[in-house]
Design a protein around this ligand. Sequence first.
Ligand code: F0G
Length: 452
Amino acid sequence: MQPHTGTRVEERCAQLRCIGCGRLHQSAGRDLRCPDCGDLFEVIYPEWKSSQRDNTFDPTVLKSVWCQRRVSPTLADRSGVWRFREFLPRLGELESVVTLSEGNTPVYELPECARIAGIERLFAKHQGMNPTGSFKDTGMTVAATAARQEGFQWVACASTGNTSASMAAYAARGGMRSLVLIPEGQVTWGKLSQALDYGAVTCQLKTDFDGCMRVLNEVVRRTSVYLLNSVNPYRIEGQKTAAIELFEQLNWETPDQIIVPGGNLGNSSALGKACLEMRDLGLISKLPKISIIQAEGANPLVRAMREHGGEKLLPVQADTMATAIRIGNPASWKKAVRVLKSTGGTVEDVSEVEIALAKAEIGAEGIGCEPASAVTLAGLKKLIKQGFVRRKDFVVLILTGNMLKDPDFTMKFHRGDLFPDEDKSAVLKNRQRAPIVLEANVDAVLKLLEKA
Ligand code: F0G
């Protein structure tokens, strides 16, 4: 069979459905919210209904076509997102997608972390191995393509850093200008420097992420810029493909549990949507439980689930050293609650020390990640202690950001400067590897080696 590598995206009419009132729309307004009730949109595919579905969506055909595209040289097929285009909306000519060959990220086994946590099989899908170093690229390729297709010259986002880095890169690739609003002093230099280098107009606002989001919502209402935060339903569609790629890498074996960090809650929503859609189309026969972990100081979803059964979310004043997820009023919380309820997953929050320790443990396996990603391992340990995850469960952690995004955190950790409180940080001591300053002297080095 020939791979589907034609120049046009196959005719596929996706629709936007409001997650609140359920009304259908062909396109969204600039604020990407339902004009009737103000809730978020999701993309649906009416042609997937079993009565209308053609052979293209046969699970065996899909799996084989996706596999064959891996050796195709075309731009779209080299992308680990557009390779799965049957799960994406049709956005014009295939050769004009805005892509940096995103996706195609590795899955690693973590035997030592598994042993520490107390389970037999633990894997990590490392979304930090994307072109700009975070999972945001998988969504950005789709949403930036939509922005260009709709003729926008400017795109914009509020960000804790990774979205802005990714957006700036994809805007540059797509010939668009980009506006970044970030909280002053709360974004790592690794991320901020990316946005600058990729040419974004970068504003450091004297507020937090939630404040930046408020300002941006008003900016997009007043002027013609395309909003690229994860309220954008096309971002969610692109981010879904990480789950499809993961299952393909696991030879379509379904893990029992997938564990994801939670910030603005777009990613967990996307991974959950992908799993439900794969199940509905017959690509997988059971759903993994998807659980969401937040930092204790930025845990609005955990509270919403524990205190209000997921019925309402009260914003919190967010504070954590895992700056990527320092978010108190997550936009996609209703979508995330739906994922938790439909997959049987749970929520947990973890302390700053637990995050730092888990990050060092992942690093010690030669992989590394940014602090926000390490909440997954820290959360897993707690879920095992509670019995929610069993010893024999097959678990996959989603690592969302590259370790090089935040070297300052890592240096402070190894130098013992992360926590002033000695008692608190005692547990971290045997993971710390501060650099050793020596005279340029062979004996001194050999002596050190002997001791080590
Ligand atoms: N991990 C990393 C490394 C992130 O950058 C983010 C979010 C998350 C996890 C949480 O994902 O928001 O989909 O629940 N970063 C955003 C940003 C908000 O602006 O870069 P989420």
